[in-house]
Design a binder for this molecule. Structure first.
Ligand code: ZN
Length: 325
């Protein structure tokens, strides 16, 4: 852990006239999580749906795939109302983080949650909350951007530019601060090989088509991703698995390299449940081969836990900052 990580603490940068802001952050993982956030910290407990007492496979990020949109929205609303209990009137904003391409409160595309495509999630949650007597601003944000906002808050960097790769079922690319636009960095092209077509979006040569959990399962029909990396890391590595491990790292280096050449050097956080496969030395080695202009070599890479609370806080911070925009 770096010095900055250990010493910094989140500080509010939004001027709200000195009043304490109550917000709620909601995220989706293998289940839904929500919390009441006061001064960028969790107040009370982190709630989930289904509740923690219902056992689930922690590796299974796909359990929401089967849930119809109506039910997803209903569950999110119930969780928000639960988190708001007793503070309904003072909630300034609610931030909801979902995977996919999100614009103006609509999930325009979600390769890993296809049922949500086209859903006006922001408006529908807003309307449902009003139906329960709660009028507040709802802000829909991409979950990778929520992670970036959460890390910025946690590390006291609400005034700096942060990028984060979330390496899980899909590959998320989040940035902070919030900016209008779309950046599906996980679907950036990292290879011109015509056989590279495992991405859930259907695009050829995509980062997610190499690194995404689902794409890895499609590529290695006879092995789980954990087995592939275990075989690559053995003393006598399986050649096919070692080749793939190198490809996996080259792909991330290529995408990071593109980001550096588009937006400059800076700090990249790496998170998500498959960050466990990351060999930092291998990644740095490939990146070193790809970024040769010295003004662009001042980049930093840092692995951080895929902490659900960080994302919940990030969703809340994004919502807070959307007020007055
Ligand atoms: Zn893609």
């Amino acid at each position: 852990m770096s010095e900055e990580t250990a010493s910094a603490s989140g500080k509010a940068t939004v001027d709200n006239g000195g009043a304490t802001m109550h917000t709620i952050g909601v995220i989706m993982a293998e289940r839904l999580y929500a919390g009441l956030i006061v001064d960028h910290k969790l107040s009370g407990e982190l709630l989930s749906s289904p509740p923690a007492s219902v056992k689930m496979d922690p590796d299974d990020e796909n359990s929401m795939v089967e849930m119809p949109t109506e039910e997803v929205i209903g569950s999110i609303c119930d969780l928000i109302l639960h988190a708001a209990k007793g503070h309904e009137a003072s909630i300034t904003a609610v931030g909801v983080a979902l995977p996919g391409l999100i614009r103006s409160g609509v999930v325009e595309e979600a390769p890993n949650l296809p049922q949500l495509k086209g859903a006006r999630v922001e408006a529908r949650i807003s309307e449902a909350l009003v139906g329960h007597g709660m009028t507040t601003r709802v802000n829909l944000v991409n979950d990778a951007d929520a992670m970036a906002a959460g890390l910025a808050s946690l590390h006291g960097k609400l005034d700096s530019f942060i990028r984060v790769w979330t390496i899980g079922t899909g590959i998320g690319y989040g940035t902070y601060p919030f900016a209008e636009g779309v950046w599906e960095g996980g679907h950036g092209v990292v290879t011109l090989d015509e056989k590279e077509n495992y991405c859930g979006c259907g695009g050829r040569g995509h980062l997610e088509g190499i690194m995404g959990h689902r794409a890895m399962r499609l590529r290695f029909l006879d092995m789980e991703p954990d087995e592939v990396f275990a075989a690559a890391n053995r003393k006598d590595p399986d050649p096919r698995c070692l080749e793939f491990k190198k490809l996996w790292h080259k792909a991330l280096a290529a995408a990071t390299c593109s980001s550096i050449h588009f937006s400059g050097a800076g700090r990249f956080f790496l998170t998500g449940y498959n960050v466990r496969f990351l060999d930092m030395n291998m990644l740095k080695d490939y990146l070193h081969q790809m970024v040769k202009m010295s003004p662009l070599q001042g980049y930093a890479l840092e692995i951080v836990d895929d902490d659900k609370l960080t994302r919940v806080i990030g969703a809340a911070v994004a919502a807070e900052q959307s007020v007055g925009r």
